[in-house]
Design a protein around this ligand. Structure first.
Ligand code: HEM
Length: 139
């Protein structure tokens, strides 16, 4: 049995179901990270209006608009693939799991491009109004 270091990832076959599962785990963990940050942002309200406004200004900078495009991808992928997993587990869709995956890639891709374009447009408008790309806390 080779060590993890010598075997690397080459022994994986990277079939659709495996890639779909890996992306589901990555996006699930990203959503947990996002919810943690979201709770941190909202909890700054208990420090008073000033700290809350400063934290909100921090996360409303163009940088975070771009990060939101990634978050939006995670939300769309996790939600749609989650429905696919439920269909496989409970609706007997196992045999069709590959075509379902590709249909959802198209549906999710269209949603992502439409929503993502809106977010990027917003970020560019902010920068045109002189907002710095990187946020500054309390600035
Ligand atoms: C539309 C909403 C959602 C749907 C339909 C959904 C669906 C699912 C399903 C079906 C699974 C099990 C996957 C499997 O057994 O292979 C799962 C796993 C998971 N979900 Fe969600 N989920 C949703 C929202 C969320 C949110 C909001 C979070 C984070 C805050 C989240 C985090 C996770 C994590 C961490 C896993 C475990 C992934 C793994 O073990 O690989 N999910 N989700």
């Amino acid at each position: 049995m080779g060590s993890l270091r010598t075997r690397g990832f080459s022994h994986y076959r990277w079939q659709t179901g495996q890639v779909a599962w890996l992306l589901h785990r990555i996006t699930g963990l990203a959503l947990v990270l996002y919810i943690t940050m979201h709770i941190w942002v909202v909890s700054s309200l208990q420090l008073g209006e000033g700290p809350f406004e400063a934290t909100m200004a921090f996360v409303q900078s163009p940088l975070f608009r771009f990060l939101e495009v990634g978050l939006f991808f995670c939300v769309i992928y996790h939600a749609l693939n989650g429905l696919r997993v439920i269909a496989i587990d409970f609706l007997g869709a196992t045999e069709k799991h590959v075509p379902i995956f590709w249909v959802l890639v198209v549906v999710g891709g269209v949603l992502w491009v439409i929503g993502g374009a809106d977010m990027i447009t917003h970020a560019i408008e902010q920068m045109n109004h002189g907002d710095p790309f990187f946020p500054s806390l309390g600035g």
